[in-house]
Design a binder for this molecule. Sequence first.
Ligand code: CU
Length: 663
Amino acid sequence: MLEAAAGEAAAGFLDALSVPKWVTPLVVPPVMPTAGSTTLRGGKNADLYDIAVRQISQQVLPAPLPPTTLWAYGPTSARSDKATLLFHAPSATIEAKWRRPVRVTWRNELVDADGRFLPHLLPVDPTLHWANPPGGTTDRDSRPVFAATPGPYRGPVPVVTHVHGAVGVGDESDGYPEAWYLPDAVDVPVGHAHDGTWYAFFRSKAEAAHGVSWPAGGATFHYPDDQRASTLWYHDHTLGMTRANVYAGPAGFYLLRGGPHGDDAVIDSRTGQPAVLPGPAPKEGDGFPSSKRYREIPLAIQDRSFLSDGSLFYPDSREFFDGTVGPYLPEGDVSPIWNPEFFGNTIMVNGHTWPTHTVEQRRYRFRLLNGCNSRFLILDLGLPGAEAWQIGTEGGLLAAPVNLTAAHGGRLLLAPAERADVILDLTHVPVGSHIIRNLGPDEPFGGGQPDDDFDVANPASTGQVLQLVVVPATSPDATTPPAFLVLPAIDPLPTTSVRRLALVEEMSMAPELAEDPPPIAALLGTVDATGTWSTSMWSDPVTENPAVGAAETWEIYNSTADAHPIHVHEVVFQVADREPVVIDEATHHIAPAGGARPPDPGENGWKDTVIAYPGEVTRIRMRFDRGGQFVWHCHIVEHEDNEMMRPYRIGPEQPGQPGHPPA
Ligand SMILES: [Cu+2]
């Protein structure tokens, strides 16, 4: 981090400590306006959306600091002419109802007023296994070979949207990393691939399955919304450049409500009647900004760094991370631009640095998302007199509410991409200003407790998140105290067949760096019957191939020094347990050592992202109900982009699907 600090001083950095805090009011994302509705084959109704990603200017930092150029999703059209066509990062929230499908036409509109493509705002490393549009249809989605160390990619930007946490989605609609598409720009260079390896196959599949035809520079995805009510989010997933695309801004919440496991199924134990949860949340048709007092609010927490002109900063050299100055590819084996992790020096909530929000002495419901690239957050919700209760996780409501204040002193750990549904009871918090802090580290997280096991984030900057200005309640609070909430039951998944997987860090083999080899990639792999791990690259054939209908336990053996948030697409899972392991680096042997511990209380629900701690095996259980080609990966997006992601397939190969490149 010393090298990073020196780099910050040199590079025209905006000093994070010079950014005034608690100036910008918190933005509560409005509801994404529907473009229309349609009746599907079979008679079901579906909501239609038409959403583009565009380059915009947003006052992320408080004025008079300069605005920031970034990318954002927004609606291109709306059914109601009163709707606000807001482009904001994070963008408007898609409000979905249980068993009412949603169909989104996602458009890549990263073009200027003349229809010419806009280059990336941030440095894209072309030496990874990445989308690689310049490779054309033969070498797209590959790791290109260079004669000399290249600079960043400056061509048209590929994008593809994944709804994170969507269950039972067809693979054609999941935002597969090789299903990207360029904007329909007038000046895409001759020979560039306009879309990824899987795009055409999925386009045909979508047409056959849903009767949709994808536009040039876009894709129409179909979400069945059959799963439990839950807090999902959507973001980019392009191969080898997700870190840059997501950091540039495009992301938003997707809230699924209703059904037998939704809010209406929560009971007040005092009466046996339906409980009342804090609300309201924004609704379609509310103005923006709205004069309504929202009491159910999604909060996307993201770290960012800026240059003094207000532009986003993301490192353009590997040197920034650990001082490694090569030898870079092709001379050596170190990628010239990719950084193994990135930690911004400011904290944004809902797209603005250190915002402030006025709240009453009553209960609020916050749907918290860690939207950082690499940073684990430990939110301190232990405001004086407050009581924080976690009621849900990624896959919906927990089996029982967890009193975070009693159990963890009000602390809530969130890895990148994890969500928590939290009721914060401010009834007895003194009137005045209070700060939600972050006690996680400004560096990779390895587990443990703040101060005891690692230095907490800088208390003057990244250690602060959100100001709550507490005022007296203006009306009685009719919501149910969280202690009396009876949440819908969660049936444990039965014990199943076991698949053993490994997380591995790959170090440079360069003789020049042999004294202290720097990491050059993060890898996934399998562990065989003898306990020996072997690694696979993105380009290797599928090794995880559950049958349709299979229920499996995945044992994730972490051989690295850091915690990794592991995300499996298409399913939600239950955390079974974690157990220490013994690791033999020399023989690549890893084995459970006994002393398994149950999941944390806040993990006793359905999840889609789980922390795999170093020195442990983490066991998760899931069922695979729908065939197709999906991915599982680390959600430290720097890792995901550099080989810590693998394709996996449910069921057999599909006729006409792209073949894998030869090993
Ligand atoms: Cu990772």
